[in-house]
Design a protein around this ligand. Sequence first.
Ligand SMILES: Nc1nc2c(ncn2[C@@H]2O[C@H](COP(=O)(O)OP(=O)(O)O)[C@@H](OP(=O)(O)OP(=O)(O)O)[C@H]2O)c(=O)[nH]1
Ligand SMILES: [Mn+2]
Length: 179
Amino acid sequence: MDSEAVLLLETVHFAAEKHRNQRRKDPEGTPYINHPIGVARILSNEGGVTDIEVLQAALLHDTVEDTDTTSEELEAKFGPIVTHIVQEVTDDKRLPKQERKRLQVEHAPHCSQQAKLVKLADKLYNLRDLNACVPVGWSAERVQEYFVWAAEVVKGLKGTNLALEEKLEKLFKQRGLKL
Ligand SMILES: Nc1nc2c(ncn2[C@@H]2O[C@H](COP(=O)(O)OP(=O)(O)O)[C@@H](OP(=O)(O)OP(=O)(O)O)[C@H]2O)c(=O)[nH]1
Ligand SMILES: [Mn+2]
């Protein structure tokens, strides 16, 4: 087996252990790990991305934000490039939600190309998820607000991956939003 396949298995294993007790917000409580795996798969399958560090960062992208994982831990295990991409897509959960959301819109255009790819796939996964089923406690208005905010973030990511951007644009159009 080639070394990149070994590396991806090591990475997905690490993410699965870190997210092992987390569930998505859907009524069925889908295992959280389905999301990072799905984001990495969107990149390879639909985005044509072969950069192993981007695929690894996609698998790890919510570990620092949502689990006890530290950047130091990622750096020791996966190296500085993967760690930097994860840091770029990590929200500071100590900030109020409104501020975190505003900072994503502000920071998106300044991210590296690698981080922009992960952000595009993360948004595409979450928007498809919202179309498939509404998280527990979310009103139709809250779902629409997420689309409106996501469109503002994605505007700052344009010119990164045409295939992913076209798919996002279609989802926004269905909600009456333009990129
Ligand atoms: N659509 C959907 N999202 C769910 C579900 N379960 C968990 N999530 C996560 O919830 C986040 C969106 O919910 P919000 O209320 O807007 O944000 P918050 O969790 O950061 O407070 C996303 O985080 P994120 O991946 O960090 O992305 P982002 O929203 O910060 O871009 C998404 O992955 C689900 O069942 N459906
Ligand atoms: Mn995510």
